[in-house]
Design a binder for this molecule. Structure first.
Ligand code: USQ
Length: 394
């Protein structure tokens, strides 16, 4: 199988590339370094430096014998996207320069993924909208024009649903209205410009499914935590990009870094904000299981990609407890919430579909938290406290 990974340099893209490659797939990764460049422009720091995508692919090949072909290009340019399907692609790194062929599966991570980034100001909101929607539209048309059988696995987000006062279904809801029934996309209420682009992505894909019988799986993922994956464990140079700053770091990763450098944990507002979380290892499993049993032609299949739910307060308590048991002096601070979001709310999402496909969850146990402390502590001296909180307001 040929798996094309769009956004193959990111927090999830690179580990996914290695995961598929290790399982014998032909893998091509594409990225324009948007995430790295944004990190540099905003000067947000990273836990450790990561080699370029070409260097990573080379190291992976030297250590495993597997080839991950690399394309450095901007997928918001339609020709870059189309070249991956029509054979005119130029690889920036590969062993065998022949076109691998049309991918059977495309995993689409090539988006600006940060909610705070999308609300810095008009320009950042605009970049987020233009990049995310153009890449999705370019992908949809490339698949329509060259390969309608290709399975698109798109990363959506649980944030598309917001925090409604009813149970959250997996993408679809049956509604009875004035004596008639129909199945509709579950109501959406995104909490940032970034999350809104994900809602729009889903709508674009749903259009493509209805018009052209495309096969699409939309994975509504919650915030991901974790550093280590089995494939990266073979060499630290294969580790994924890890952010702990306010813009690109997600809450669990941030709290552990904060605890290690005696920075009081930054709980926003009352801390009752509840989300569904998952380990980075489970992102890889979920995407792989979705790849192994593709959506049918003309199906928009939606899964809620989370393994358990926590409030911000529960996460802070957990990190504090584990940190204290390891000898760290962990304090918790409630900051004025820079975001506009419900701080106390009902939250009951379903998340059975991926388990039914065979995913075996990793949970946020004390051992897992302690393992993250251990890795982060290695880089303690390079952690920059000045990037932890800047207060980007909604
Ligand atoms: N939060 C804090 N303190 C912090 C950071 C976050 O209390 O220092 C709170 C936020 O207010 C929010 C929750 O923790 O209620 C999650 O925030 P986050 O920054 O970890 O995640 P979020 O901005 O929601 O975005 C992340 C990813 C995004 C993905 C999304 C899934 O960056 O790409 O789509 O998680 S979800 O949240 O389910 O929409």
């Amino acid at each position: 199988m040929h798996v094309l990974i769009l956004g193959g340099d990111g927090y999830l893209g690179w580990p996914s590339a290695m995961y598929f490659s290790a399982r014998g797939h032909q893998v091509t990764v594409v990225d324009n370094y948007l995430r790295r460049n944004n990190c540099q422009t905003l000067d947000v720091g990273m836990l450790y430096p990561v080699p370029t995508l070409m260097e990573r692919a080379k190291i992976w090949h030297e250590l495993t014998g597997h080839e991950i072909k690399v394309v450095i290009g901007d997928l918001a340019e339609p020709q870059v996207m189309r070249s991956l399907f029509d054979g005119s692609v130029k690889y920036n790194w590969c062993i065998n320069p022949a076109f691998t062929g049309i991918p059977e599966t495309v995993v689409h991570y090539a988006e600006q993924p940060s909610a705070p980034y999308s609300l810095i100001d008009y320009a950042h909101a605009d970049l987020t909208i233009v990049n995310n929607l153009r890449v999705t539209n370019n992908l949809m048309f490339a698949v329509r024009d060259f390969s309608r059988d290709t399975h698109i696995i798109k990363l959506g987000t649980m944030g598309e649903y917001g925090t409604p006062n009813i149970d959250i279904e997996e993408g679809w809801i049956e509604i009875e209205h004035k004596g008639r029934k129909g199945k509709f996309l579950f109501p959406r209420a995104a909490g940032s410009i970034y999350h809104t682009t994900k809602v729009m992505d889903t709508d674009l894909m749903w259009f493509g499914v209805r018009m052209w019988d495309l096969r699409v799986t939309d994975l509504m993922q919650g915030p991901v935590y974790g550093i280590e994956t089995d494939e990266a464990a073979i060499d630290p140079r294969l580790s994924t990009i890890f952010n702990y700053d306010e813009v690109f770091g997600t809450i669990v990763n941030r709290f552990i870094v904060q605890a290690v450098v005696d920075y009081p944990l930054t709980v926003y507002g009352k801390g009752g904000q509840t989300r569904g979380y998952l380990n980075i290892k489970d992102t890889l499993q979920c995407v792989h299981h979705a790849e192994m049993s593709p959506a049918a032609k003309g199906e928009l299949r939606i899964f809620n990609q989370i393994m358990e739910t926590f409030s911000a307060n529960q996460l802070a308590e957990k990190v504090q407890k584990v940190g204290q048991s390891l000898g760290y002096d962990v304090k918790v601070n409630h900051l004025d919430n820079p975001r506009k979001e419900a701080e106390e709310h009902y939250y009951n999402p379903s998340y059975q579909g991926l388990i039914d496909l065979g995913v075996k969850p990793h949970y946020l146990t004390d051992e897992v938290v302690a393992g993250m402390f251990k890795v982060v502590d290695r880089y303690k001296d390079s952690i920059r406290k000045d990037v932890i909180f800047k207060g980007i307001k909604w």
